[in-house]
Ligand binder design. Structure first.
Ligand SMILES: NC(=O)c1ccc[n+]([C@@H]2O[C@H](COP(=O)([O-])OP(=O)(O)OC[C@H]3O[C@@H](n4cnc5c(N)ncnc54)[C@H](OP(=O)(O)O)[C@@H]3O)[C@@H](O)[C@H]2O)c1
Length: 297
């Protein structure tokens, strides 16, 4: 993963929820560097973007501790663990941490490169990031000449860390989402934990959706309630989200009996998306992620 940020001379990055200063050349640099990539941000930073909307032309991952939050055109992660697993679905070079302070601090250990716009002034910030000149393992890999914007001096500096910590990868689905991202073709995924994943999918599809289609029998309700009471209750609550049962069954049939490689078509993903929230795992939200990428790229 990489990060990109503009800092003042004290490594301050923001004040009152906003940037310290906006340099047009820096905005162009930011746009060019992150275009077509996965951008990861905290909710406060999302709110600071134009119209508080996800950055277009990028796959937006938002970390927010707000239950049920949905952001059109973005994938919302409710915990750092979930965000880690999401990021782990992509090639590290394709993922950019774009802030703010809490995100830079928490994700810094996983970053290999930091694109720092160094502004030579004191913005009296209230939000800071660690000073990489004084942080272990970080070296300057590249530095532009000193530039000038209406009297303010600044430069683009790229820092490199040779040994970032690895992020956990997706548990069930092994794939390079980045490749899909670029080609926008059906996705070939390898089921790395076939034994767990497929039965889980089947259980979900058949246990939860099939009985609901035909109405409940008392036995069915009791069986499923006893087996996974919390999950069952959650599903009932989320029922209004599901796609048509025909679609769900067609999807189940497509997965049933396939080998280790599965080609996932867009229609499949829309169906997964319909019950991905909390129903399976963060890895499965991969579906939502793909859908979002198509909306924003
Ligand atoms: N100079 C630059 O290039 C640059 C770039 C981006 C942003 N910024 C600036 O940075 C400032 C914003 O930074 P910030 O640190 O206040 O906010 P932030 O990192 O953008 O976002 C904080 C949000 O993320 C949530 N969050 C963070 N860690 C979480 C976790 N582990 N689990 C669940 N939710 C989590 C927080 O929830 P909780 O509140 O519940 O913890 C909060 O809603 C602004 O001034 C902005 O302009 C500057």
């Amino acid at each position: 993963m990489k990060l990109i940020v503009a800092v003042d001379e004290k490594w301050g990055i923001g004040k009152n929820g906003d940037l310290l200063l906006s340099i047009p050349d820096d905005m162009l640099y930011y746009r060019a560097t992150t275009r077509g990539k996965v951008v990861v941000m905290g909710y406060t930073t999302l709110l600071s973007l134009p119209k508080s909307k996800p950055a277009p032309g990028r796959l937006n991952l938002i970390l927010a501790d707000i239950e049920g939050l949905r952001v059109p055109g973005a994938v919302v992660c409710g915990s750092m663990e979930q965000l880690h697993r999401m990021i782990g679905c992509f090639h590290p070079d394709d993922v950019f941490d774009i802030g703010g302070g809490s995100m830079y601090r928490q994700l810094l250990p996983y970053c290999s490169d930091a694109h720092i716009t160094k502004m030579r002034f004191d913005g009296k910030a209230d939000t800071y990031i660690p000073n990489l000149d004084e942080s272990d393992g970080w070296d300057v890999a590249d530095e532009s000449e000193l530039k000038d914007y209406e009297g303010l001096k600044y430069s683009f500096v790229v820092y490199h860390h040779a040994k970032p910590e690895p992020l956990p990868t997706a548990k069930y689905l092994s794939t390079d989402m980045s490749a899909y991202f670029r080609k926008k073709e059906p996705l070939e995924v390898a089921l790395v934990d076939d034994s767990e994943y497929k039965p889980k999918l089947k259980t979900l599809l058949h246990a939860y959706f099939r009985p609901l289609e035909n109405g409940f029998s008392a036995d069915e309700v009791e069986t499923y309630l006893n087996a996974e009471p919390k999950a069952f209750e959650d599903h009932l609550k989320e029922l209004h989200l599901i796609a048509s049962f025909d679609e769900v069954h067609a999807f189940a049939d497509r997965f049933a009996g396939q080998g280790e490689k599965v080609t996932v078509e867009r229609e499949d993903l829309e169906v997964i998306d319909a019950f991905a929230d909390g129903a399976i795992t963060a890895e499965d939200v991969i579906a939502r992620l793909i859908l979002s990428s198509n909306k924003t790229l």
